[in-house]
Design a protein around this ligand. Structure first.
Ligand code: SF4
Length: 376
């Protein structure tokens, strides 16, 4: 069933109906016996399923669980989510990253309030029209909440199917999706698509893992071409991601005589929109060198030089990887000179370390804070 890259064609199943049914039964039986006990599986509430699926897009299940539970306490209904203040919304997402996900969810919740009386629509066409809901999430909500036989194709499902059928299409390419969509449509249970898709999710997460799949414990082993031919290590085919571009920043950590620190809010558009962190200045350090104070000072306005006493050595460096960028942040620390008042910008504030906890912060700020606390 090899389906080589450039000449992409849809693989057609040659299984008789009984084999398809056996495949479904094997997966459903295993899922019923082994399914993971997860808070969003308590019922088929589409709102809970939606929130969990959005959180799970870039984050591991164990990390998501406490976030999910808190989110449901803070915003128990679609209407609560639609009405949530942005600060609280960002706080609920703090540490999960990719904040556009939660912003889009709120936009979709507002859409649901105005167009669907606060209820999730029960057909995939309307679900797919909601902001931030792509084909995977639409398929997951439709199948898990409403028992519609719709595929929910993510990396896990592509991995499982690529091994089952030795699909050689590159799973990193968007165009390969339709190959997997077709295969899942040909195999999905129409009696219980909810358990079928969740079974695939659990199988991909716990058995058919990226490296060293546990084929001995796999309920689909007798259906698996890669297992039969000893080629599991060759699938899925996945091209390498482009390396994220490095960007260097100096963090200006400034303390005043009231033991407060200067923080600033990011613009309302773009990366980490509206989140708070210590002021950052982009700079270009010499390769392999850490921040030396004369160099640092040339990057600061004269104003700061005159009014802040800078510590001679930097506090060290923290890094953070976004999908397309890698930030290298060198931490510099200064104290406002006695009797001086530092003029601050509109988007800046003085806050104590205690108060800082109330502001929505990106992961990089948490890393800076930890470094600062270790050095204070
Ligand atoms: Fe994956 Fe192995 Fe199961 Fe095939 S037999 S689906 S490779 S775990």
């Amino acid at each position: 069933m090899n389906n080589k890259g450039n000449n992409q064609k849809i693989i057609s199943m040659d299984w008789p109906q009984e084999r398809v049914e056996q495949f479904q039964e094997d997966l459903l039986y295993w899922y019923d016996d082994r399914k993971r006990d997860l808070p969003w599986r308590e019922n088929q509430d589409p709102y809970r399923i939606w929130v969990s699926e959005i959180m799970l897009q870039q984050t591991q299940v164990v990390t998501v669980i406490p976030y999910f539970e808190r989110f449901m306490t803070w915003f128990p209904t679609i209407s609560d989510l639609a009405a949530a203040p942005e600060d609280q919304l960002l706080k609920a997402w703090e540490g999960l990253g990719y904040y556009s996900r939660v912003r889009n969810m709120q936009a979709a919740a507002k859409q649901l309030m105005t167009e669907f009386a606060g209820e999730m629509p029960t057909n995939i066409t309307d679900i797919s029209r909601l902001k931030g809901i792509g084909p995977y999430t639409a398929g997951a909500i439709s199948s898990i909440a409403f028992d519609l036989p719709e595929p929910a194709i993510d990396g896990n499902v592509m991995r499982v199917y690529s091994r089952l059928f030795q699909v050689a299409d590159d799973i990193a390419k968007a165009s390969s999706r339709k190959v997997f969509d077709h295969l899942v449509r040909e195999t999905i249970s129409h009696n219980d698509p909810s358990s079928f898709n969740q079974g695939l999710m659990d199988l991909g997460a716990t058995i058919c893992k990226p490296t060293s799949p546990d084929c001995v414990s796999c309920p689909l082993q007798t259906h698996c071409l890669s297992f039969a031919q000893g080629t599991t290590a060759e699938f899925p085919v996945k091209s390498k991601k482009v390396k994220p571009k490095p960007v260097s920043y100096l963090a200006q950590i400034i303390r005043n005589d009231k033991d407060q620190f200067l923080i600033e809010q990011r613009p309302s558009q773009g990366l980490l929109a509206n989140l708070w962190h210590f002021p950052l200045v982009e700079w270009a350090p010499a390769k392999g060198k850490t921040a030396s104070m004369p160099l640092v000072l040339t990057h600061y306005a004269d104003l700061l030089q005159d009014r802040v006493v800078w510590q001679k050595e930097s506090l060290g460096e923290v890094t953070h990887i976004f999908s397309h960028l890698k930030w290298f942040v060198e931490l510099t620390f200064g104290i406002v000179k006695e009797g001086e008042v530092l003029p601050i910008k509109e988007n800046q504030k003085w806050v104590s370390l205690e108060e800082l906890r109330d502001y929505p912060m990106p992961k990089i700020q948490e890393k800076m804070l930890l470094k600062l606390k270790n050095n204070l």
